[in-house]
Each structure stands twice: as C-alpha cells, then as structure tokens.
Design a protein around this ligand. Structure first.
Ligand SMILES: [Zn+2]
Length: 248
C-alpha cells in the first residue's frame, strides 16, 4: 500500500509518534540488571551446576571491582527474595568480622541468595562457625569458603591490647594464636603499632583458613576433591578493595 503524504496524513503520523513516545516514557524502569553473567542471575539449580570453585572466586572478585569502582548492579531485591524463597543455591560462604564497614553482600556486590555469610568479631572459626560452613558446603553445595579479615579491626586491636570485658574476653581469646604467631616484630606489640596490628590481622586470616581445613574432615575431603576452595582475603576499609591470598 502506498502512503501519500498529504497534510492530514502527516498530522496523523505525528500524533501517532507522540502517542507511542508518551506510552514508552510511562513504562516502569526495569530495575533488574541484564542477565549477562552468572553473578547477576538469581542462583538456581541450573546456574549453580555451572559454578566451579574458580568461577565462584571470579564472581566475588568481579563483584568487589564493581563495588570499588562504584558501578554496582541495580537489582530488584524483592523479586530476588520471592524467587529464592523456593530454594537457595549460593556459590560461596564468607567468614568475616561483624565490623559495620565489612558487609559481605555490599563489598562483593552480591544479591539475595548468592552467598552464605558468617560474621563474628575477629573472623575466626570456632565449632559453631565450622558447623555452619559444613552446612553451607556439604549440604548446600557452596563452592568457595572465604575468610575475610580487614584493616583497622577493633577485635584484633582489642586482642593485641589483651582487653578483658565480659564475654568479649572469651571471643578475643580466639585471636591469641595469631598474636603469638607474629614474631620478631619491631616496636610495641599493641594496638598503637599499626604495622603489628596489620600483621596480626593477616596472620589471623591465614591461621583461620588452615584451621577450617584441619578441623573439619568434611571440608578437607571436599577441598581434596577440588569441589571446594578455601581462601583468605583482606579488606582495606579505606578503599573497599578486597585482596585475595593464595588458595590453600
Ligand atoms: Zn573487625
């Protein structure tokens, strides 16, 4: 059919264009980010089957890069909550400090249903944390355990100063092995010495990684079969950057 551009026809076309434009403008903005990578999706049995320990580590590294650069994904968290209510398939379990600046989901730009999160002052692994990690990996099939320490940690500083207070005394006693492991250090062995505090925080992560594998035959078996990776990491609370250590 041939359209003749008479004045009335041009008017109709213009009105049509204005109508379509107004309709598109009125559509709600889609908050969910495009589903281009595994990390963006709601984790399902199908996506989970494709995740190896190495892929899980990459997902966390990419997420932290987005956080550091301020380019976090937009997510419809309520929609994710609804979908994951039918079942969860997280790819990683993170043991971190309770510090208000060390929220795992924020630091790794992760969504609901993406990671297990265990937090205790000083990020150590006692029996309850070990049990939680065994649930996360042997039962829920998370592929990666991360022990995440951080700079300026109040728990590490308290332990370095041999702080005694209520139940916190027992909590901080879990960091004592890390303090003893830092030997031959210049300067005072207390919280005033930033280099010493940083060394203890780093040692605490390394010892916790070792302890998790040694104290849990279940986790060690998964690790030996390369179905699970256990790795330490340190967060710089100034930049938000997480630096991963060599996997165990
Ligand atoms: Zn801390």
């Amino acid at each position: 059919m041939r359209i003749i551009l008479t004045k009335p026809n041009i008017l109709i076309l213009l009105l049509g264009a204005i109508f379509v434009s107004a309709f598109l403008t009125a559509l709600p903005v889609v908050a969910e980010a495009p589903q281009s990578t595994l990390g963006l999706r709601v984790q399902t049995a199908e996506t989970h089957a494709k995740i190896t320990p190495e892929v899980a580590l990459t997902l966390l590294k990419e997420g932290n890069q987005r956080f550091v650069s301020g380019k976090m994904y937009k997510r419809d968290l309520r929609k994710k909550a609804l979908i994951t209510s039918k079942g969860q398939y997280p790819y990683a379990a993170i043991v971190g400090c309770i510090d208000s600046r060390a929220s795992h989901e924020l630091l790794f730009d992760a969504g609901i249903g993406d990671i297990f999160s265990a937090r205790v002052a000083g990020n150590f692994a006692n029996t309850d944390i070990l049990g939680s990690l065994e649930f996360a990996t042997a039962i829920a099939d998370a592929k990666l355990i991360v022990v995440l320490g951080h700079s300026e940690c109040g728990a590490i500083k308290g332990a370095c100063d041999n702080l005694k207070m209520g139940n916190l005394t027992h909590t901080l006693s879990n960091i004592a092995p890390a303090i003893y492991s830092v030997e031959g250090f210049e300067g005072k062995r207390n919280s005033k010495n930033k280099a010493f505090v940083d060394a203890v925080a780093h040692a605490n992560v390394e010892l916790t990684v070792e302890h998790i594998v040694e104290a849990s035959p279940i986790i060690k078996a998964l690790s030996d079969k390369r179905q699970l990776m256990v790795v330490g990491a340190m967060l710089d609370i100034v930049t938000g950057k997480v630096t991963f250590m060599e996997p165990s």
